[in-house]
Design a protein around this ligand. Structure first.
Ligand SMILES: [Zn+2]
Length: 304
């Protein structure tokens, strides 16, 4: 049974998919850049359908276009849209060729601390612990992602380590997950896409000390460079701005850094605080159009 608020949210989300609404929103915001942020790709066909629908209304741009526009102040075409992916999910790397066939050049933001390993991200430990029943009912708030994100970085790591220990006892071995490899990164770049920095292992930057924020960026950067990749874009984990991370990205010569705040953006705003739109790669075409038009973020921004 849906609550009144859930029902209102759904009704509004559907209303925002109506063509006159998305067309009006698109016209009003044609000077803005849309940077779409995906994560995994569970249904490649749904992603291709979204891209086909988006390219009928938007001009798909590349990292080169954005780098040039930032460097020269040259305007991007009206209604420009760039596709990005976060966290380097193996199923997202797997659509490299499919995206290239659709004429897309995308950016994948990766955490080298997990690449080429079977080490889970911290929230994967939390989710598996919940699924395996090693979190007691009375501990669910303590070990919730929302609370863990608020803890100072060393405390979060210590609490996640407790769950890893319990999972190891339950499973008889450490939890492992499939992670992308250096080979996936190479194939991704060969298909005409690029790799961005998403920190070493995806901490919550606002809960890290300044030296840790810096280490997170520099270690990820140097590792990617040692693999023959020259990252020029950075995405804040969870979209949460870390001011020392921002300074570090600037010092490393990055072109731009991206939040995850579900808004359209403008390159003439601070290039290290650019907004992105959240979009699920398996969402319907109607939802993708609504989100890219800006109608969704405008309406839900007002409600927030
Ligand atoms: Zn991420």
């Amino acid at each position: 049974m849906l609550s009144d608020r859930q029902l209102a949210t759904r009704t509004l989300a559907s209303a925002l998919q109506v063509a006159p609404v998305t067309a009006a929103a698109r016209r009003l915001s044609s000077g803005r850049l849309r940077v779409v942020a995906y994560h995994g790709v569970s249904d490649p066909r749904a992603l291709v359908d979204q891209i086909a629908a988006l390219r009928r209304r938007y001009q798909l741009v590349t990292g080169d276009d954005i780098a040039r526009a930032v460097a020269t102040g040259e305007k991007l075409p009206p209604a420009s849209l760039w596709l990005t992916f976060d966290d380097g999910h193996p199923d997202a790397f797997a659509v490299a060729d499919l995206l290239a066939e659709e004429g897309v050049s995308a950016c994948m933001f990766v955490c080298p601390g997990t690449l080429d390993t079977r080490v889970p991200f911290w929230w994967q430990v939390v989710d598996h612990a919940g699924g395996a029943g090693v979190i007691a009912p009375g501990e669910q708030t303590q070990f919730s992602r929302a609370r863990l994100k608020m803890l100072p970085d060393p405390e979060r790591r210590a609490e996640v380590a407790v769950l890893e220990e319990r999972l190891r006892d339950r499973l008889g071995q450490p939890l492992t997950v499939e992670q992308a490899t250096q080979h996936d990164l190479r194939r991704w770049c060969e298909a005409g896409h690029e790799i961005g920095n998403h920190t070493w292992d995806h901490p919550c930057l606002p809960r890290c000390t300044d030296p840790e924020q810096r280490r997170q960026l520099v270690q990820a950067h140097e590792t990617l460079v040692s693999w023959g990749i020259a990252p020029r874009f950075f995405a804040y984990p969870n979209g949460d701005l870390g001011e020392e991370a921002e300074r570090t990205a600037q010092e490393l010569g990055y072109v731009a850094s991206f939040l995850f705040d579900h808004r359209l953006t403008r390159l003439d705003e601070s290039s290290h605080r650019l907004s992105r739109l959240r979009l699920d790669a398996s969402a319907s075409v109607g939802r993708a159009r609504s989100i890219a038009s800006g109608a969704h973020s405008a309406a839900f921004g007002i409600l927030r």
